[in-house]
Design a protein. Structure first.
Length: 176
């Protein structure tokens, strides 16, 4: 289950591979993955990657012309880096993002396909994807305590609530 540590690892790997590269095309294998229609996904073709960042547990790929890909891997979504033009796997494949240096595959195991891809224009649209919550690695002790005790919840539920903490989900709440 991709959460804060896994998403940060993905970000580091993606920065090494696609920052500054041109997104040549996006191939959507599962129509249920794409959650937006305006702007169309084709608007991303030929745009250069300006940045890769995280908003909660979502991965944001910032492109030229103020276009952004917001990807939520949900429970079973994973990225795989392959040679350019790699085929999208039949059962697990959700999408392929073709860069001149290679292809980023988005796969999702499991029967329920929950991963999400949003193509949005502008920072305001990106911020609408933010569930809120403080950044746990940047918060002071007082901020952390206030977020955790805001509601009467168990420790596990308090840590895994997105409005309380950004990036911590159910999988890692046990370990904290």
């Amino acid at each position: 289950m991709p959460e804060l540590p896994e998403v940060e690892l993905y970000l580091a790997a993606l920065r090494d591979r696609i920052h500054g590269e041109t997104l040549e095309r996006v191939r959507i294998a599962s129509p249920a993955l794409l959650k937006t229609f305006d702007p169309p996904v084709s608007v991303t073709h030929g745009l250069r990657v300006l940045g890769i960042r995280r908003v909660g547990k979502r991965i944001v790929i910032d492109l030229e012309d103020d276009i952004h890909l917001v990807i939520h891997l949900m429970i079973a979504g994973r990225f795989q880096w392959k040679e350019y033009g790699a085929a999208v796997p039949r059962k697990l494949g959700q999408a392929a993002f073709d860069f001149s240096s290679g292809t980023l595959l988005l796969t999702e195991a499991g029967t329920k396909k929950r991963a999400q891809l949003f193509v949005v224009r502008g920072e305001t649209a990106v911020r609408q994807q933010d569930r809120g919550g403080i950044e746990p690695l940047e918060a002071t002790l007082q901020e952390f305590k206030a977020a955790l005790t805001r509601e009467n919840r168990t420790l596990k539920r308090g840590l895994s609530a997105p409005p309380n903490f950004s990036g911590i989900g159910n999988a890692h709440s046990d370990e904290v």
